[in-house]
Design a protein around this ligand. Sequence first.
Ligand code: M6R
Length: 609
Amino acid sequence: MCGIFGCILKQGKAAPLIHAALKRLEYRGYDSVGEVTLDGSKLYMKKDQGKIDEVHQAHNLDDLPGSIGIGHTRWATHGAPLQVNAHPHVDCNGQIAVVHNGIIENFAELKQELENHGHVFKSRTDTEVIPHLIEEAKKNNPSLSLAEAVLDALKKLNGSYAIAVISTIEPDKIVCARNESPLVIGVNEDSAYFASDIPAFLPLTNKAIIVDDGEIAVLSSHGVEIKKIADSKPVVREPKVISWTAEMAVKQGYPHFMIKEIHEQPECLRNTLRVQEHYADLMATFLDRAREVYLVACGTSYHACLAASYMFSKLAFLPTYPVIASEFIEQHGKSVNIDSTILAVSQSGETADTLAAVNAARQRAATILGLTNAIGSTLTRVSRVYIGQQSGPEIGVAATKTFTSQLSVMAQLALRLAKKRGKVSQDEMDYLAERLCRIPETVQTIINTQEEKTKQIAKKYKDRKTFFFLGRGISTATAYEGRLKLMEIAYTPAIAFPAGESKHGPISLVEPGFPVVFVCPKDDTHKTLIGNIMEMKARGAAIIAVIEEDDEEIKKLADDFVEVPKDVPEVLSSIPFIVPLQLIAYYMAVERGYNPDMPRNLAKSVTVK
Ligand code: M6R
């Protein structure tokens, strides 16, 4: 994926604003950066490969004239991360500049056609066809306005895009459009902005207009005009006031977003408890009626689904299938039908594999339910009912606060469903509801009392080559998630599986000193898990255990342990038990000298470039 931003100001220079906004979008891609501004009847452009700070140091991104401009921070897909492939891209005459987030699937055919008409390409990107298509449209019909020429070009594109165009043809406008890639517009009295994400313009305005798929928007000093791409029908949409503060989108003194976001979890979990009753009830009703329920997601969101499958089963006696989204079509595509319900979970609401699974299920008339952190995302628009998990923006690539929030929402859903089905006594319901309300405090205690210990563990084990992560029951999901965190930010190969599986092969890897992380809540699996710890110990493994605070039995067996406050019900245990594992992964990355916010080869959502 990439980040795009642009602005049209009544006064002042656009370039420094674009530069600052691209910094806020850098988590979306950091292979290259570029800006283009318009002053009078000329485009001024700077772009290069590398991170924004590096490019700024070399080229001074603020030093471009004009009060209109667009910018891009790139996550390469088509074409290597080189200067020539950095956005913006321009037409043959350097009069039309485009930034793009997405993938143009038919770019090779389009490029060939355009080359046959004499267009000359400089880059290897799919994006470059767009300015040339606009140029071609204008050449064929000089009376077209810029927006009409853009429309003409868009109709030839297959694939995903959020684009923005500026041109000397109409130097007082920015034209942007969206199909399957995020695009939002920000407005205030003096200016209009567009961006991939709200935090990009949050310090400038809190009034946002979400652009939907299949829409084109023209930003000018007179305001914003939105139309449908298909038939040019005008769209009337009032701006929404965004309650996120600008401070929520910056690091607030923490060295990295990841640690800031780990620390935000108590607050997020409190917000998550304020899920809108009506939608939670409606969702529980759909889940209750379904013949079968698929929990579909990728990465961390998939691990939340895995934990949720234990919650739905144990509390509401509802069997569910947690499915990795990229496998959904192959595995279940044919058996899904009108009686199936898909609960799709995606922090961004834009992950391509999750959306592909959802689209396939929609085509077979299944009911789609969505759980996401991004209101206005594609997932919210294709869902029959959706719940916003209210975690606030998560800038760190590694999902942390959004995982625990997803777990909290799904626990609430499971509880509602249990009540509907009469599967849990009122006393137990009250007890669980009260414990859920205490979870933010429990997580705060872990952060306050255990962070130093996790730092020491990271220091001690930082040179180990491989780790095991083991759990039983719902803690299997916690183990999988702990493993993912360590792998993605500390680049440490790690293996996770249900502890019961260890003797079926993986144990052969264990030799003296091999680190094995056990997730050990005091639930029904506790006794058996102790057996698994003994097996590993007998082979000389170094045991790192996440335990309840009075668990003397495991304390005696473990080489190192981190404690979680006691009396967390089994179905909620993944929420507090993942926190020490997030901290260990974070400090391990820091110990190893890596930037935990920007794991290599990864970006926040895998939707687009
Ligand atoms: O936005 P989503 O929840 O759909 O994203 C899914 C995964 O790409 C995401 O969880 C990824 O695994 C994170 N980097 C994990 O920390």
